[in-house]
Design a protein. Sequence first.
Lengths: 295, 311
Amino acid sequence: MYKYKQSIGGRIFDVFNVIIITAITFICLYPMVHVLMASLSSPSMLMKHEGLLLWPQGFHGAAYKAVLDNPDIYTGYMNTLVYVFAGTAVNVALTVVAAYVLSRKKFPFRNFFNFIVVLTMFVNGGMVPTYLTVKNVGLIDSRLALILPTAISAYNVILMRTYMSSIPAALEESARIDGASHFRVLLSVIFPLCKPIFAVITLYYAVGNWNSWFNAMIYLNDRAKYPLQLFLREILILNETNSLMNANDSGIEQIQISENIKYATIIVSTVPILCIYPFLQKFFVKGVMIGAVKE
Amino acid sequence: MQLRKNKTSGKSDLVRAMKKNYELYLLFLPVLAYYIIFCYVPMSGIVLAFKDFSAVKGIWGSPWIGFEHFKMFFSGPNFVRTLVNTLRISIVSLVVDFPAPIIFALLLNELRLRRYKRVVQTISYMPHFISLVVAVGLILNFVQRDGVINDIIALFGGERIAFMSEPKYFTPVYVLSGVWQEVGWSSIIYLAAIAGVSADLYEAAAIDGAGRFRQLINVTLPSIMPTIIILFIMRVGNIMSVGYEKIILMSNDLILDKSEVISSYVYRIAFGSAPNYGYSTAVNLFNIIINVTLLVTTNYICGKLGDTSLW
């Protein structure tokens, strides 16, 4: 930035700007602060408290104990890790392959293959036909139901295809002349050049798999296979905290601590992500840019 | 030196070209299998919209009933209700959610404290990384009767509001929480556009006596206008597709009147208490047709405006 004389108006503008931005930042940050402080507060004092919560009211760790003792949270975490790792592996493998094939300049049926992929971005069977298909191939109540039906996102294929298309064709041609197979070209020539977009797409898929709950809700009945998000829905949205509480507590105490349990559940399930994302932020930002260029 | 090709040699050219690239087909095979099984087989299931589905007979064995489901949808009360809800939520989102990140990006760009700017950006992305289930859990908690929002209303002497039991509050809660979730994240694209504005323009404006605010209005804003217009048109193209996930998570029976959009209605009739697969598919097909029409139209408009188009 270049220097220029600062007028009084400019200074007032600066002051207001800092105030507004700080207010917006506070609104973005506050909910998680509230949840953290509430989760550590004593249940009875939390009930009485009104207004913003910037410090724990009293101190009470029982909610965390209840959450960590809850087998559902543990099961959910483990299942989600499986879905995120296995699902993302399938996602990126198929996406890389699809993008490679679709970004080759000339071969018979190239346009037809492209059409097959792009069309699905606009038309889909919808909930019922998809559900019936998953049922017919026998995936209901199988862990694969959360991996296979969402194995490829056409949008990510297009992102990667665009990136691969920008790699000079001469690289592929010279490798082909030297006798390399397409498989070899993909692995040794194209893939190493795609690492930035590969990182972006891996993260996109991983976040999608982590957040996903809807398919699990309609495809799974067996609670042992539920991902974390489905248990979170029960606890946070359907208000089913009973299984988490000590049956010996009296009614009022139960109601009071159930709020704390919700807060502690949010912290336990979300803080790991919130600690990781600032370090991965640049990849996500890059993804938004690449997507924008495409648009 | 090339000989004139006849039909047969044309065919063998194709075969030769395919043979030469056989590995590509081999590589594409699993991808093709995925698309056939999980995209095109369900797409063929759209015929359900014209059938009276019975689980025993399956999709193909069930009897045809023509446009009965569509007649039922268009003549019933749910058509107008879900259509109006979809449009209301979309349009209010367009008016509120859409400008918010633009304003945020413009303000952020004027922030001179570099370090602080980076911190603000990172924090503003945070809600985007909270999973939808947890985000909705937070929203419901904050708007409940003794939640933080009501505490603040009470602090200023207002009446406590039961946000989630009165239908009229659904749209504001849905849209404003959407701002909280996405304002930082959506500003990235505008910040990138702003970063591309030439410094010469600002210098020229400053020499002409334009102050900071004038520069913001007369230089920055017009420079990022193409980006704004493209993104706006795309939003308009999606006006009939309100995502069902957040709606389903946030809604309850008391407010269904104002909260149910077409896509969440499709879900409720398929997986609710009295499932009707054929009817659900028909309503969904109606939605798809409108969405595709809108997308094609908006893409055409984008193409006319410049060489930027969606595909």
